[in-house]
Design a protein around this ligand. Structure first.
Ligand SMILES: [Cu+2]
Length: 252
């Protein structure tokens, strides 16, 4: 009887250890910086870039990981980070809704968000202060990919992926932080991953897809990481990209 019980405990332990992934604590640092990005030829916009870039860095973690992100606000206004899609069970203080779950991060302050990556899938994160300006016009968004602990057969069959984040811009307020995002104002630029290459539309290209004669951009080269292609193949961690980084606004 005792032996059977011990065997039972051992197999439970074995199952726990032999799972596809073991949850880890993953700690990251992220800044909020005032930079300017060139959205389209001749059109620049001031943004609050996570790690100085638009989109913000890619977070790639495993389902069940304990994620800690210390955010340093080097900008002149308040911000938060909302981890969109995360359930925040037992960690509601880390949901990033200003003045509801916690006061925002003030200029010069830092705050550490802690949560369990309990929702698998392609998620995102964004500022939650004055969303129509900070998210709608100032590039405060980035991808959060949580790899499933038990992928389905279909998920296992996927070999490639591309992350595309869409945004609108308003050239009238592009130079003025704190303005924009009001009803009736016109959105006059559109972008994918912060760029409007080739007009307001942009085509996702894969090497193995043949490009027909009529296709106007068939010979245009894009930065390899422009679409954040194969982000699933990226190692677990935080991935910044020079390609998405803006120009510093501070002059010394
Ligand atoms: Cu913000």
């Amino acid at each position: 009887m005792k032996y059977k019980l011990l065997l039972g405990i051992c197999s439970v332990l074995w199952l726990a250890l032999a799972g596809p992934t073991l949850a880890e604590v993953r700690s990251f640092e992220m800044t909020i910086e005032e930079v300017e990005i060139e959205v389209a030829p001749g059109f620049k916009s001031k943004v609050w870039g996570f790690n100085g870039q638009v989109p913000g860095p890619l977070y790639h973690v495993n389902e069940g990981d304990e994620v800690e992100v210390t955010v340093h606000n080097f900008s002149t206004l308040n911000h938060t980070v909302h981890w969109h899609g995360i359930f925040q069970t037992g960690s509601w203080q880390h949901d990033g809704v200003p003045h509801v779950t916690r006061h925002p991060i003030e200029p010069g302050e830092s705050h550490t968000y802690r949560f369990i990556a309990d929702k698998p899938g392609s998620l995102w994160y964004h500022c939650h202060v004055n969303v129509s300006e900070h998210v709608g016009l100032r590039g405060m968004w980035g991808p959060l990919v949580v790899a499933p602990a038990a992928p389905t057969e279909l998920e296992k069959a996927v070999t490639k992926d591309a992350i595309l984040m869409f945004s609108g811009w308003n050239s009238q307020v592009a130079d003025n932080y704190g303005e924009g995002g009001h009803p009736g104002q016109v959105i006059n630029y559109f972008s994918i991953n912060g760029k409007e290459h080739g007009g307001s539309m942009l085509v996702v290209e894969y090497e193995e897809i043949e490009k027909p004669e009529f296709y106007e951009w068939r010979n245009i080269e894009y930065e390899p990481d422009f679409y954040m292609i194969e982000s699933m193949a990226a190692p677990k961690g935080q991935h910044s990209s020079e390609h998405f980084r803006g120009q510093d606004l501070l002059e010394f």
